[in-house]
Design a protein around this ligand. Structure first.
Ligand code: ZN
Length: 88
């Protein structure tokens, strides 16, 4: 099961249209939304567990999240922004 990036309800991963909000969700948009969702959940959980176990904030895990989720997302957002500027 995947999650619709528009309304947050669960939808089949390969369904092109969300049955809840009727929004058309492309393959890449769905994939990126799932990557962000699951990496946020798992890295967030990892951060909480590791911080609780060591009794100190594990900044390295947050840095890992920034490097592998936040920065790639910013790059994708920027590329889409430039793409829109050129082709519209
Ligand atoms: Zn939806």
């Amino acid at each position: 099961m995947a999650i619709c990036p528009e309304c947050g309800s669960s939808k089949p991963f390969f369904a092109r249209r969300c049955h809840a909000c009727n929004e058309e969700i492309g393959f890449w948009r769905q994939t990126i939304a799932m990557y962000v969702f699951y990496s946020t959940v798992f890295i967030g959980l990892w951060f909480v567990v590791a911080s609780a176990a060591s009794m100190s904030f594990q900044w390295g895990i947050l840095l890992f999240y920034v490097m592998w989720v936040a920065v790639p997302l910013l790059i994708i957002w920027f590329l889409i922004f430039v793409w829109m500027l050129i082709f519209s």
